[in-house]
Design a protein around this ligand. Structure first.
Ligand SMILES: Cc1ncc(COP(=O)(O)O)c(C=O)c1O
Length: 367
């Protein structure tokens, strides 16, 4: 019996998500220590001490189920962003938001549109419900919103995924480009605007997408506590959308999809604006350090608005493996049709330095 044949064809066709290599795995494989992981766009500062204290407190009541409605966290988000509770959805990471949107609104025969080189979970979430994903060619690695609009309309798509900034390219869409797209898109096509890296945007790029919810009932804004808030291991994300959209998504959501420790930590993290500011500034300095280092090494990179950057190296997989041996974990992006590139997350000054030194050595060895 081949048990994979019991799964529908569209499940068998899925190419599984490849996460960044954990430090412990590399330690086991190569028996090395002092490993630097710059592979999953995590926060090198850890998380807010206020979040840590809240987690300790929350553990005391761990025998109880979490609040399935996430009242406290929704309330904190509601106060911060001015969105009512019934327009907020909580998720097990923002990955959950992407999957829930697909699960609630797509089925076999439906279509979803996203960009080439866009975050891998869009095709995965689409395929997992038997819908058809349409990937639209990018311009300079960024989303071509005009082409995505045309594709969505021509193909009668139900859902469009837009990442801003996008991972792994780091490309950014300006507010006026997004607004134009939203105004032209028929209102019966939903848009998931994935803002996982929103907090890293420089001041001059910031825009108030939350205010757009009033004008665009088809807009779903997805965000996370995994990046700037440093809570990737806890898995907590959220989305803002129309109340009817939230209602549908809540019907397919696991009742306890966000655990109680995560809810408590997220509430505390949200209050610690100082921590987010320090994260932002460290990232700004680190981005400068890494881009200057890449330039010195004669390497091209895609200017990035996130906490990571993709650079052109040639044989990405080979360099990835050599960097592993040198104790630095980065991310190969061949599955994004970017085999000549590698993606590195911005770390602390020391981690960035270790990455640049290892890269320099790997390049020297190949000459
Ligand atoms: C663009 C984008 N969206 C969403 C996510 C999902 O992150 P999480 O599920 O940790 O919120 C990621 C993670 O890397 C991402 O890069």
């Amino acid at each position: 019996m081949n048990y994979s044949e019991l799964a529908p064809q569209y499940i068998r066709a899925i190419a599984p998500y490849q996460p960044g290599k954990p430090i412990s795995e590399l330690e086991r494989e190569l028996g090395i220590s002092n490993i630097v992981k710059l592979a999953s766009n995590e926060n090198p500062l850890g998380c807010s001490p206020k979040a840590t204290a809240a987690m300790h407190e929350a553990i005391k009541t761990i025998a109880l189920y979490p609040d399935g409605n996430g009242f406290e966290l929704k309330d904190a988000l509601s106060k911060k962003y001015g969105v009512p509770h019934n327009q907020i959805i909580l998720g097990n990471g923002s990955n959950d938001m992407l999957e829930l949107a697909a699960r609630a609104f797509l089925t076999v025969g439906d279509k979803a549109v996203y960009s080439d080189h866009a975050f891998a979970v869009y095709p995965l979430a689409t395929q997992a419900v038997g819908a058809t994903g349409i990937s639209v060619p990018a311009i300079n690695f960024g989303h071509d919103l005009n082409a995505m609009l045309k594709s969505a309309v021509d193909n009668k798509a139900k859902l469009v995924f837009v990442a801003n900034p996008n991972n792994p390219t780091g490309t950014f869409l300006k507010a006026d480009e997004l607004l134009k797209f939203l105004r032209l898109l028929p209102s019966n096509i939903l848009v998931v605007l994935d803002e996982a890296y929103n907090e890293y945007l420089p001041q001059e790029c910031r825009y108030d997408s939350v205010a757009w919810l009033k004008e665009f009932p088809n807009l779903i804004i997805s965000r996370t506590f995994s990046k700037a808030y440093g809570l990737a291991g806890l898995r907590v994300g959220y989305a803002f959308c129309h109340a009817q959209v939230a209602d549908m998504i809540n019907r397919v959501r696991q009742p306890f999809n966000v655990n109680s420790v995560a809810q408590a930590a997220a509430v505390a993290a949200l209050q610690d604006t100082e921590f987010v500011r320090r994260t932002f500034e460290l990232n700004l300095r680190g981005m400068k350090q890494i881009t200057e280092g890449l330039t010195k090494l004669g390497l091209e990179y895609i200017p990035s608005y996130g906490n990571f950057i993709s650079f052109k190296i040639g044989d990405g997989m080979n360099y990835y493996r050599r960097l592993l041996e040198l104790g630095v974990i980065v991310r190969p992006v061949a599955s994004y049709d970017m085999a000549e590139y590698l993606r590195v997350s911005i770390g602390t000054e020391e981690e960035n330095q270790k990455f640049l030194a290892a890269l320099q050595q790997a390049i020297k060895e190949r000459k």
